[in-house]
Design a protein around this ligand. Structure first.
Ligand code: MSP
Length: 513
């Protein structure tokens, strides 16, 4: 049994999370569930990034102390993960005392190693991104190169981390470990960024106080990205050499959005090198869900509120849609119309009908019970072959984090199974008593295919898989085809009721918080 440590970014509790934020977590959850099914010892971490100027300002606007402000939002985030069935093993908050203590310890260690010095910072700061920029990086403009919003001039006495010192080692690591940054396009981008020259990193601020105090100079608070990135080890108990840390570090993968790759592949590995800690095995950057082709933002209406969507269509439909629609790694469009169309075609029609037709036929023709062991014809053999091939192919794709491809492969098998019904025409076989054994074999093969489909979709859609298991009274996730099993079916809830597109679209348009 291998160990597998997977993380999501820790989210800013600066407002309610939208479907784009939920995307990373749903993807990580799917991979974590898959690895657990495959027998790995999994640790899945998520949490919230609660310090920094942006949060302090938001709390001020809301007229609340920062801790009270984040407590309320974090409660909503925990509820969202609950609604979306997220199976995290630990939820870290950067305001947790153990994290605060560990960050102080880390800063102290960096100083003792001679990697921290005091100087004056003069440059620009983007508060929404919590990022420092130099004049050279900005060029003529005074907007953030990442998000395009206005940056503020900052001049203050600060502590710096000697990041430049790690430039060569970092280049060498990225070049000799092609898996470290994925997809490859991101690796090339980061390599050329690092090769253009790394500057030392400003790691403290004095102009606000919502953060972790620098232990040897309490006027300063620790730069929020340094505080946040270390969560991946403090959650395991670092700096203590805990069982958790020994077992799970280095992480197998940090799953992140493309906008925060630089922090994870430049700042984070430099800090780890300075602390003499192994680097994570991989940072995988996914693309963005775009809303009508543009950036998704919390202010553009709550139709992208995943709680609303999951409440209306079910968590599994939302999970399926975001992972199926967009190739993992690229950008893709989110729209209510696309989502409803997909739910209707892939889930209600293809999968839902397959299960309900099969269960209804087994009830009708065999008083709910079929056994295997009959003779297979050519069409049966080709169905079985695709069933097994789909298991291998989709596993391989999940292992490579090609999640949309994995769903596509599984749905090819769903379609093939529907086609099998058309090819074998059970309703005609049922008219002839002499065909009873053949009809039973067909029904058995259908049940076994459905059992495998539910095993394959389980990491993506845990609730639907469980519902299918109930209807065929078999919850085995074994990926082999069993020739001699038995199924006793029982009609259950409609898996995915068909959605009236026009009606729902106008309802979604009219929802206001
Ligand atoms: N707090 C930092 C992360 C620190 S990790 C040590 C942060 N938080 S965030 O809440 O702004 O973003 C969290 C994640 O959501 C990022 O991976 C970001 O890429 C992702 N997304 C934000 N909008 C998104 C979309 N529209 N689509 C897909 N992912 C998006 O950054």
């Amino acid at each position: 049994m291998g160990k597998y440590y997977i993380t999501t970014p820790i989210y800013y509790p600066s407002g309610k999370l939208h479907i784009g934020n939920a995307y990373t977590t749903v993807a990580a959850d799917t991979v974590a569930r898959f690895k657990r099914i495959m027998g790995d010892d999994v640790f899945f971490l998520t949490g919230t990034d609660e310090h920094g100027l942006k949060i302090q300002q938001k709390a001020q606007e809301a007229g609340k102390p920062p801790k009270q402000y984040v407590d309320e939002i974090v409660e909503g985030i925990v509820k969202l993960w609950d609604v979306l069935n997220i199976s995290y093993d630990k939820f870290i908050r950067t305001t947790d005392q153990y994290h605060v203590d560990a960050v102080s310890d880390i800063i102290e260690r960096l100083r003792q190693n001679g990697d921290i010095y005091k100087d004056e910072y003069e440059g620009w700061y983007c508060t929404p991104c919590e990022t420092f920029w130099t004049k050279t990086q900005l060029g003529e403009k005074t907007v953030c190169p990442d998000c395009g919003r206005a940056v503020q001039q900052a001049k203050e006495e600060s502590y710096f981390f000697k990041m430049s010192k790690y430039q060569d080692r970092l280049i060498e690591h990225i070049e000799s470990n092609p898996e470290f940054i994925q997809p490859a396009s991101r690796r090339n981008e980061m390599l050329s960024f690092i090769k253009s020259g790394l500057e030392d990193l400003c790691i403290s601020r004095t102009t606000f106080d919502w953060g972790i105090k620098v232990p040897f100079d309490k006027k300063h608070v620790v730069y929020v990205w340094l505080d946040a990135l270390t969560n991946y080890i403090t959650a395991l108990g670092y700096p203590e050499n805990t069982e958790l840390f020994k077992t799970y570090w280095p992480a197998n993968v940090h799953l992140v959005g493309k906008d925060i790759v630089r922090f994870h592949t430049v700042i984070w590995p430099s800090i780890l090198m300075a602390l003499n800690i192994e680097l994570p095995k991989q940072v995988f950057a996914h693309g963005w869900l775009l809303l009508d082709g543009g950036k998704m933002s919390k202010s553009r209406g709550n139709v992208v509120d995943p709680i609303v969507l999951a409440g209306k269509y079910g968590a599994d439909a939302v999970r399926y849609y975001v992972l199926r629609e967009v190739a993992f790694g690229s950008d893709g469009n989110f729209s209510n119309e696309l989502m409803i169309n997909r739910i209707n075609s892939d889930l209600a029609n293809d999968l839902g009908n397959l299960v309900s037709r099969t269960v209804a036929m087994v009830e009708k023709y065999f008083a709910s019970n079929v056994v295997g062991g009959g003779e297979d014809t050519e069409v049966d053999i080709s169905l079985k072959e695709l069933a097994l091939e789909t298991g291998e192919k989709s596993s391989d794709e999940i292992n490579k984090l090609m999640l949309s491809n994995a769903l596509e492969s599984i749905w090819k098998f769903v379609s093939r199974t529907n086609k099998y019904i058309d090819e074998t025409t059970p309703w005609i076989l049922a008219k002839d008593d002499a065909q009873k054994p053949r009809l039973q074999q067909v029904m058995y093969n259908l049940c076994e295919s459905i059992r495998l489909i539910s095993a394959y979709i389980q990491p993506f859609m845990p609730h639907t898989a469980a519902e299918i298991h109930k209807q065929i009274n078999n919850d085995s996730v074994d990926r082999c085809w069993s020739n001699n099993g038995e199924f006793t079916v029982k009609k259950g809830n409609v898996l995915f009721p068909r959605i009236d597109l026009e009606k729902e679209l106008s309802e979604l348009e009219n929802i206001t918080v």
